[in-house]
Design a protein around this ligand. Structure first.
Ligand SMILES: [Zn+2]
Ligand SMILES: [Zn+2]
Length: 369
C-alpha cells in the first residue's frame, strides 16, 4: 500500500481490535455491509456519528483512504474484519459525508444543488484524498446548475472559484466554460486574480497567470480582427487607389472632342469606406480606444453588427470594391468568433500549451508539427 506523503497530516486514528458496530451509536449505513467505520466528531448536530463504509470501495477509489485503512488495521488482523477509523479534525464533516456518498454511488443521497462554496470544499477534499477519477462525473450536474444560474444571472457566482473547482475535479467542460466566462466578462481594467492567488499553491497560481495572459492574448487577437475590418476601408483613402471614373489609378482621362479634360475622380469606394468606418465607430467596435469595458460586450456587438446599406451601382472597373471586401471581412470575423476558444482547455493547460492528443473539450487548435 502506498504511504501518505509526509507533508500531509495523517488522520487521527486509534488502533482497535475488530470493533463491533452494534456497540457504536449513530451509525449511518452508507454501505450496509461494509467493514470500515469512520467516526466523525459531529454531523448535523449529532455527536459523534459513524459512517459505515466499504473497505473495498475506499481502497479502490483513493490511495489516501487505503493508507488510512492500512494504518487502522492491527498487523495480525485479517482484512475481512471491521476497521475503526477517525476522521481528520481538519476535514469539513458535511463535505466528508458527501464525498463518502459519492464514492459509494449513493446517488439517492446526493443533493440536487450545491453552493459554490460547497463544491469548492468538495474539490479540495477530492484533491486531498486523491480520488478525482472516482468522483469525476458525479459533479457534472452541480456544475451545470451553477453555470446555468450564473449565465441567467439568477445567482451571483464567483467565476474564479468555479474555475479552480473544475480544475481540481478535472472537469473539462465546465473548466472551459467558466474560463470563457471569466475572459469575456471580467472588466478589462481589473485584475481580480491578484488577490485570489495570494494563498494558492503553485498550480493554482499558474492557472491564474495563464487565465490573465489568455485575456491579454484575446484582446490582441480582437485588435487584429478589427484591423481586418478596417483594412478594406483604409485602402479606399490611399493614393494608389485614387482614380478617375473608368480609368485605372495613375491614368488621366482622354480629352473630349473639344480637347478638354472631362473626367471626374471616382468616389464610390471612398464613400463606402466612410460609411462603414462610421458605423464601426458608432457601434464602439473601432477604434479600440472606444471599446466597451469587457471583451464579451465587444464580441456580442460584433456578432450583432449589421453592415449599413450602401448603393455602389456607380462603381467602375477600377474601384477596389470596398463594399464586397468589407462584407466578406465581417462574415469571416463573425465565423471566427463563433469557433474561437475564448477561455482555456483543461487538457491543453495541463499539457503546458497545446495538448497533442484529443482534448476532452472540443475546440479548434493549430496543428502541431
Ligand atoms: Zn471607380
Ligand atoms: Zn485542448
Amino acid at each position: 500500500m502506498p504511504q501518505s506523503p509526509p507533508s500531509e497530516r495523517s488522520p487521527k486514528r486509534r488502533r482497535s481490535s475488530s470493533p463491533n458496530k452494534d456497540g457504536i451509536e449513530n451509525v449511518i449505513e452508507i454501505s450496509p455491509t461494509g467493514g470500515a467505520l469512520l467516526v466523525l466528531k459531529e454531523l448535523a448536530g449529532v455527536k459523534p456519528v459513524t459512517l459505515q463504509l466499504s473497505q473495498d470501495i475506499l481502497e479502490a477509489t483513493s490511495n489516501m483512504f487505503a493508507s488510512m485503512l492500512q494504518n487502522a488495521r492491527l498487523p495480525e488482523e485479517p482484512k475481512v474484519h471491521e476497521v475503526l477509523m477517525y476522521a481528520d479534525d481538519e476535514d469539513d464533516v458535511e463535505t466528508l459525508y458527501l464525498l463518502c456518498n459519492i464514492l459509494h454511488l449513493r446517488n439517492d443521497k446526493l443533493p440536487p444543488r450545491l453552493s459554490v462554496d460547497a463544491l469548492c470544499s468538495l474539490a479540495k477534499m477530492v484533491r486531498k484524498y486523491k480520488c478525482t477519477t472516482a468522483v469525476g462525473r458525479a459533479t457534472m450536474g452541480w456544475f451545470d446548475r451553477l453555470y446555468s444560474a450564473a449565465k441567467a444571472g439568477t445567482v451571483v457566482v464567483d467565476v474564479w472559484k468555479m474555475i479552480e473547482a473544475a480544475y481540481l475535479l478535472d472537469e473539462p467542460v465546465y473548466f472551459a466554460r467558466f474560463a470563457e466566462k471569466w475572459v469575456l466578462e471580467e472588466p478589462l481594467a481589473t485584475n481580480s486574480l491578484a488577490a485570489a492567488v495570494k494563498t494558492a499553491d503553485d498550480s493554482i497560481k499558474r492557472l491564474a497567470v495563464e487565465l490573465h495572459n489568455r485575456r491579454q492574448a484575446q484582446m490582441i487577437a480582437l485588435k487584429s480582427d478589427v484591423d481586418l475590418l478596417v483594412n478594406p476601408c483604409s485602402v479606399a483613402f490611399s493614393k494608389s487607389a485614387r482614380h478617375y471614373t473608368d480609368y485605372a489609378p495613375g491614368m488621366m482621362p482622354d480629352p473630349d472632342d473639344d480637347g478638354k479634360m472631362s473626367g471626374s475622380i471616382c468616389h464610390v469606394d471612398e464613400q463606402a469606406a466612410t460609411t462603414f468606418l462610421g458605423s464601426l465607430r458608432d457601434e464602439s467596435i473601432w477604434p479600440p480606444l472606444a471599446w466597451p469595458t469587457t471583451l464579451g460586450a465587444l464580441v456580442s456587438t460584433i456578432q450583432a453588427f449589421r453592415i449599413p446599406e450602401y448603393d455602389d451601382c456607380d462603381k467602375c472597373d477600377f474601384c477596389e470594391d470596398v463594399k464586397t471586401a468589407f462584407g466578406t471581412a465581417v462574415e469571416l470575423i463573425k465565423k471566427m468568433h463563433k469557433e474561437r476558444l475564448w477561455g482555456l482547455c483543461l487538457d491543453c493547460f495541463r499539457a503546458g500549451g497545446i495538448n497533442a492528443g484529443e482534448c476532452r473539450y472540443e475546440h479548434s487548435k493549430p496543428r502541431l508539427k
